[in-house]
Design a protein around this ligand. Structure first.
Ligand SMILES: NC(=O)c1ccc[n+]([C@@H]2O[C@H](COP(=O)([O-])OP(=O)(O)OC[C@H]3O[C@@H](n4cnc5c(N)ncnc54)[C@H](OP(=O)(O)O)[C@@H]3O)[C@@H](O)[C@H]2O)c1
Length: 436
């Protein structure tokens, strides 16, 4: 069995590719079933976020399994394997474990140490369990990733400072408004007419950061106005006007800064919609949706500046240095957690061979016991029979004690594999299929 992760992220693929692979929660069950339908895929779990699509999997055979997952990604995205391949990464075994722990700790995030990724890893665990696509190995790994993510955030300073994609989006707007005024610095948003489209988790964080950055008021548009109103009630110090999303055109005409953060799977703003509107002379659009909420064709319209999640890199680079130092504190913790998982997994590799050894010894014990009992004749009392039987069992358990303890004890992988091989050879324990 082979552990691997195959995927792409903001490090390897632009948003126009990532959005083709995004898998919303509603279709996750079907995707997991499709993956598991392949004979090569023993366990599978999918992490789909705005910045990554990663498939963690236990494969029967590394090359055949990875090719099966590659075909799934190609079918799902509608992109050819050759077109997709330059954007994909594959990590095996120890590297796959280390990668998931880094992701869960927020060390692989665009905004280093952001907290949302841990909730997304938890969601992956829940969906994998609900849809029964994971077994003992991935279950253990993913739970370890969640506890590692929590540990890093409580035992280091990485989780402090409430950083997120939303905070970076607000900073990007502050930077761009500043640059439009000829300043290369973050400026207050107090003079901007601001709208936020969407009232989900990211919109909530947008409101939090807008309030903190001096914004004087926000128009909050959502499909379900009631949800927007409930959210607005949590920001008593920030004047929030809640409107239905049908007021979007009016908002695009009157506002100077619009953030979009909906989970719509198609753009809700494009050049055809925006072009004919009687707008202000300049309109800044910051889109954190993936798939994107704003089509790229609006960038061609006069006075319109459009930014998406990939543009956040500019602000992220400005304040990553301090966080990078904090991230180093977490690295030792990750190495320790990875070692714990790998030790557990390595110990598991010995289970099939130990099971076969136990069965073999048990068969010998049973047949020798029967021979001995028949030689002893019918006069043997039931108590004497029990004593002989217990003696035979005791001998087997004593013989098994050392190999079981040795093979389960912490040791290097080559050492453990050499021990497993030696035991298999000496007792002729080879079998076509190994069970864990
Ligand atoms: N969660 C993260 O960490 C994160 C990070 C970066 C970017 N993003 C991206 O940000 C977007 C929002 O994520 P979220 O976590 O805030 O989602 P969420 O909490 O599930 O909220 C989804 C929002 O989208 C609205 N919506 C859904 N379908 C829509 C449609 N067809 N038309 C208009 N509105 C629609 C919902 O409106 P109703 O209330 O009416 O249902 C709700 O306001 C997603 O594209 C996501 O990929 C998320």
């Amino acid at each position: 069995m082979h552990l691997a992760v195959i995927g792409l992220s903001h490090r390897t693929a632009p948003v126009e590719i990532r959005e083709r692979l995004s898998i919303p929660e509603q279709t996750m069950e079907v995707s997991l079933q499709q993956l598991r339908a392949d004979d090569q895929v023993l366990e599978a779990s999918i992490l789909s976020t705005c910045n990554r699509l990663e498939i963690y999997t236990l494969l029967r055979h590394p090359e055949l399994g990875i090719s099966a997952v590659g075909s799934f990604l190609s079918r799902h995205s509608g992109l050819g394997v050759a077109e997709l391949e330059p954007h994909l990464f594959t990590f095996h075994h120890e590297e796959a474990v280390a990668h998931l722990l880094r992701v869960s700790a927020g060390l692989d995030s665009l905004v280093l140490g952001e907290g949302q990724i841990l909730s997304q890893v938890k969601k992956m665990v829940r969906l994998g369990q609900e849809h029964r696509s994971v077994g003992p190995i991935l279950n253990r790994l993913m739970n370890q990733a969640v506890s590692t993510g929590k540990r890093v955030r409580t035992e280091t300073n990485l989780g402090t400072g409430a950083v997120s994609i939303s905070s970076a989006a607000v900073e990007l707007a502050q930077l761009k408004v500043g640059q439009a005024r000829g300043l290369d610095q973050l400026v207050s948003l107090e003079d901007e007419q601001v709208a936020v489209v969407g009232a989900g988790r990211m919109a909530r964080l947008l409101l939090q950061h807008l309030a903190a950055k001096g914004c004087r008021g926000v128009v909050l548009l959502n499909r379900t106005v009631q949800r927007a109103e409930q959210m607005a009630a949590d920001f008593p110090a920030l004047p929030v006007q809640c409107r239905p999303i049908s007021d979007l055109d009016h908002c695009l005409s009157t506002c100077s800064l619009v953030f979009t953060s909906t989970a719509a799977d198609e753009p809700i703003i494009d050049a055809t919609r925006l072009g004919p509107l009687n707008r202000r002379s300049s309109l800044m659009l910051v889109d954190i949706g993936v798939p994107r909420n704003i089509a790229s064709d609006v960038s061609g319209l006069a006075g319109v500046q459009r930014y998406d999640v990939d543009d956040l890199q500019e602000v992220v680079n400005r304040n990553q240095e301090a966080r990078r130092e904090m991230a180093q504190e977490a690295e030792a913790m990750l190495a320790e957690e990875a070692r714990l998982f790998l030790e557990w997994w390595d110990g598991l590799e010995a289970v099939p061979v130990l099971n076969r050894l136990r069965r073999q010894l048990e068969d010998i014990r049973e047949s020798e016991l029967q021979k001995a009992l028949s030689r002893m004749g019918p006069d043997l009392s039931s108590r004497e029979r029990k004593v002989v039987e217990a003696l035979s069992k005791g001998i087997i358990n004593k013989i098994l004690h050392n190999p079981v303890t040795q093979l389960r004890a912490p040791q290097s992988r080559p050492q453990r594999h050499a021990n497993i091989r030696a035991l298999s050879e000496l007792f002729d324990l080879h079998e076509a299929s190994d069970e864990v």
